[in-house]
Structure formats: structure tokens, C-alpha cells
Ligand binder design. Structure first.
Ligand code: C2O
Ligand code: CU
Ligand code: CU
Length: 488
């Protein structure tokens, strides 16, 4: 049977307010009726044509639950299609129908600097950009988003982002679910803030500058309070944290494990059961969930470790105020009538173990993610190694085909650190072995004090089209916590 909206009730959601706290009351199918059914972005499969077209446009969006906003998206009013690509050359076309410049950075595609879509490839209003993407990497979940310096936070918040699936078409051999929207679900996790009358708002108040902007409502694929209808079988979730600043720590309310199968850069050698998944802005993870013994389930998140006045103090305050409770991310209702394609978690995936430990690194660098206090008294407010981003300054030079060791440190808050155009291995976190979700290939990692990375430079980037490295809290990035490097 085809997916049907059997749970799609008419009841409106509860009134506008803070995001739904999850109080551990347990979830059953009946308690989910009345929630809107989660929809998935349109799949744009380029496997045969080898081409796709995106148009940045403005619009108005109804997020459900009485909430709406003035938004932007690719090919639609908010967010964009999921673009599926096979290895080979993929011809992209990005047209800008907005009144401001946008770009389309392919976050997670390892392509040369000139096709990367960063701040140096801005598309002026009314113009278009035709990069030819040489896709030569392992299957993975990636994404695209605007990346105009100083306007990334507002652009992504408005909706200028979408998903990418790189596929080699061999998931049946791996025993992995791969039917898009049925047992292979793309989930874009974001948060937004709404006014009392349900209008989407954004603000650059002091707190949002310091911590990054977090919302009061969680949205999945741009929808509020929805339920995903899934088969009574193994289901794959492609989780993307597309929020400006919120760090999710995801788990299932009934304690069932998630089987981690892929990190940013693709498959692990074998699935790894985990109880909690930390996903910071920019990161992706693919997990399998076995719903064969469930009727309903709730994916919840622990509070953002950066919430409150920062660090330990914030954590204590949250515990006191009740904000320390987990909150709902998305509900699942299991429909026994849907096709059960995959009934067990595969034993092996065939992914490649990062092995850069064995290659000699040619350079060691230290990068500190700096947050100055008091508006410039200690140098620039947001910077890396004391220097804020400057469009004309190349901060680092690397050599093609080499490996470097980067020690990245952060104080005050946890910062998601992202590097364009490379794959890296997380060697250690605060002197310890990396957490399970950081053991595969990565391009973004949460730095909570210090991480050591082994970075492999596989793509060229000239001075005219350098790669970026930056904090993926978009307010920090826009304020200068970003640098650029060339690979030659
Ligand atoms: Cu997801 Cu430089 O970006
Ligand atoms: Cu990127
Ligand atoms: Cu940051």
C-alpha cells in the first residue's frame, strides 16, 4: 500500500508557545492523531539527466500550528528540493530571483574551490551560476545553503537551504533502506522563533550575537509538530542540523537505540548502536531505527548545551528553570500496511575507516575560535586566532594531496567547526578518543574545548576562489569567526 495520510486529522495544534517539552509520558498511536503528517522535500534525482536547476525565490510559508512567515527557498517558498546525485559530472544551474545576492554552497561535496559556492561565488540579483560539479566521493548525505558573508544567518534562517544525497545506487547490496520518503527519510532539523501572533521573527540582540540565534519552536522539513508515518520495519533517517545555532542531542523516548550508519562523509564500516546522537549545526548523520516492535515513537532532544548564560552556569540555570527537560523533535507513527522492505540492521556497510593516522602530516596548525567580550576591547569580537574574516586575506595555504594536523580550540561555548573542500578525521576530543558519532569521515565537528583533526586536502582552490573554515553557528560566522585557505 502507498503512504496515506491516515493520521492526518483536522485538529489544529496547540496554541503558539514554547516548543513542546517532552515529559516522558510515553507515546502511543492515539496520542499522535491530530498531528499533521510530516512531508519530505521533493526529490530531484539527477542520476540519469546529470543536471539540476535551483531558483532562489521569496515567498510566504505556513509552517503549521498557526505559525507562518515571510521566507525564501529554492524552487519554492521555503527550503528546497533534495538533490540526488551519482558520481560523475553533475551540471548545476542556480538562478537568483531574489533582490539580494545569494550563493549555493555545497556543504559536504568535495569539489574544487571555484565550484564550492562560498562567499566568492555570490550570485547577484537576477543572475545565475552554472558550476559543473565533479562528484567523486563516497555516498553521503550533504546539503546546500547560501553563504554570503554577513548574510548567511538571515539567508539560511529565511529558508535558503536544501538537502543533497550522493548515492552509488548500491544500497540494496548493503541491505540499507533506500526508498525516498518511505523508508529513507530526509529530516532537516531547524528551530525558529515566533511572535505571540505566530509570525516568524529573527533578531540580532546581544544574546543572539553571543550564543547564536536559537528559536522557541522546532521544525522538521519546515513543519511544526508533525508525525512521520513509517513502515513496521527498519527505517533510515538522514538527519541534518540546518539550524543557525542549536545543538541537538537526539534520542528516542522509549530508549531504543539508533544504529549509526553514516557520518558527514559517508558510511561507517559497520552500524554502531548509540543511545544519544549529538548533532551540531552543519553536521549530518544517518541512523537506522528498527520500528518492527513499535507502534509509535518520539525523537526527542536534550537541551542545547550552549543555552543560557553559557557553559556551566547555563546548565545549572536550565536545571533550575525546567528548561533542562528534553523537548520533542518529531513523532513517528508506525503503519503496518506500508511495505516492509528491510527487516534487519545489516552487519556490514563496507564504509571506509579514516586512516590518516598512518600518513605523515606535513604541517601542524593551531586554530583558536575566539569570542571577544566588550565589543572589540580584546580585538575583534568573533575571530579565529584573533583575526576576523577579511574577504581579501588568505589565511592559510595547503598543498594538494597532503595531510595536516589541526588543533582547534574554543573557549566559553561549544562551536561547530567546519572546513570546506576537505575530509577530516577526528583524532581526539579534549585528549580522549573521539565520540562514536565523530569516528567516521567528517567535515564539521563540535569543538567543546579542543579537538585534533587530521585534514586531507583533495581539491584545488586558487586565491580567487579559496575554501572557508569557520564556526557553523551562523551568527558567529557572519561576525567574522571564519578564515580562508587555498590548496595548490
Ligand atoms: Cu555549511 Cu561554510 O558552510
Ligand atoms: Cu561547507
Ligand atoms: Cu561559534
Amino acid at each position: 500500500m502507498k503512504r496515506r495520510s491516515f493520521l492526518l486529522g483536522s485538529a489544529a495544534l496547540a496554541a503558539v508557545g514554547a516548543y513542546a517539552l517532552y515529559r516522558g509520558q510515553g507515546i502511543d498511536a492515539a496520542s499522535l492523531s491530530g498531528r499533521p503528517q510530516l512531508k519530505f522535500p521533493t526529490l530531484m534525482d539527477t542520476s540519469i539527466s546529470g543536471r539540476f536547476k535551483l531558483k532562489a525565490m521569496a515567498g510566504k510559508t505556513d509552517f503549521g500550528g498557526g505559525r507562518s512567515g515571510v521566507t525564501a527557498g529554492f524552487n519554492q517558498s521555503h527550503l528546497g528540493p533534495v538533490v540526488k546525485m551519482r558520481p560523475g559530472t553533475v551540471q548545476a544551474s542556480v538562478e537568483n530571483q531574489l533582490e539580494m545576492p545569494v550563493s549555493s554552497h555545497w556543504h559536504g561535496l568535495v569539489v574544487p574551490g571555484e565550484f564550492d559556492g562560498g562567499p566568492h561565488q555570490a550570485i547577484a540579483s537576477g543572475d545565475s551560476w552554472q558550476p559543473e560539479l565533479p562528484i567523486n566521493q563516497a555516498p553521503c548525505t550533504a546539503w546546500y545553503h547560501t553563504h554570503i558573508h554577513g548574510a548567511t544567518a538571515t539567508g539560511v534562517y529565511a529558508g535558503l537551504a536544501g538537502g543533497i544525497i550522493v548515492s552509488d545506487g548500491r544500497d540494496d547490496e548493503r541491505g540499507l533502506p533506500s526508498t525516498y520518503g518511505e523508508d529513507d527519510l530526509f529530516l532537516i532539523l531547524q528551530d525558529k522563533r515566533f511572535s505571540a501572533d505566530g509570525q516568524m521573527i529573527y533578531s540580532r540582540d546581544m544574546m543572539s550575537q553571543m550564543h547564536g540565534f536559537t528559536g522557541d519552536t522546532v521544525l522538521v522539513n519546515g513543519q511544526v509538530g508533525s508525525v512521520a508515518i513509517v513502515p513496521k520495519s527498519v527505517v533510515r533517517l538522514r538527519l541534518l542540523n540546518g539550524s543557525n545555532a542549536r545543538i541537538f542531542r537526539l534520542s528516542f523516548d522509549d530508549g531504543q537505540p539508533m544504529h549509526l550508519v553514516a557520518t558527514d562523509g559517508g558510511y561507517l564500516p559497520e552500524p554502531k548502536p548509540i543511545d544519544q546522537l549529538q548533532l551540531s549545526p552543519g553536521e549530518r548523520a544517518e541512523v537506522l531505527v528498527d520500528f518492527s516492535n513499535s507502534e509509535a515513537a518520539m525523537l526527542v532532544s536534550a537541551p542545547d548545551p550552549n543555552a543560557g548564560m553559557g557553559g556551566m552556569m547555563g546548565r545549572m540555570q536550565n536545571a533550575i528553570s525546567g528548561l533542562g527537560l528534553p523537548f520533542e523533535v518529531v513523532a513517528f507513527a508506525i503503519d503496518d500496511r506500508l511495505d516492509k522492505r528491510i527487516n534487519k540492521v545489516p552487519a556490514k556497510l563496507g564504509g571506509d575507516v579514516p586512516n590518516l593516522r598512518n600518513s605523515a602530516f606535513v604541517q601542524e596548525r593551531r586554530l583558536s575560535l575566539d569570542m571577544g567580550m566588550g565589543g572589540g576591547m580584546m580585538g575583534s569580537a568573533m575571530a579565529i586566532n584573533g583575526r576576523a574574516f577579511e574577504e581579501k586575506t588568505i589565511n592559510l595555504r595547503a598543498n594538494l594531496g597532503t595531510v595536516e594536523k589541526w588543533t582547534v580550540s574554543a573557549s566559553m561555548l561549544a562551536h561547530p567547526f567546519h572546513i570546506h573542500g576537505v575530509s577530516f578525521q577526528v583524532l581526539s576530543e579534549n585528549g580522549n578518543a573521539s565520540r562514536p558519532e565523530n569516528q567516521g569521515w567528517k567535515d564539521t565537528v563540535l569543538v567543546n574545548q579542543e579537538v585534533e583533526l587530521l585534514v586531507r586536502f583533495d581539491q584545488l582552490a586558487a586565491d580567487s576562489a579559496p575554501f572557508m573554515y569557520h564556526c557553523h553557528i551562523l551568527e558567529h560566522e557572519d561576525a567574522g569567526m571564519m578564515g580562508q585557505f587555498v590548496v595548490g
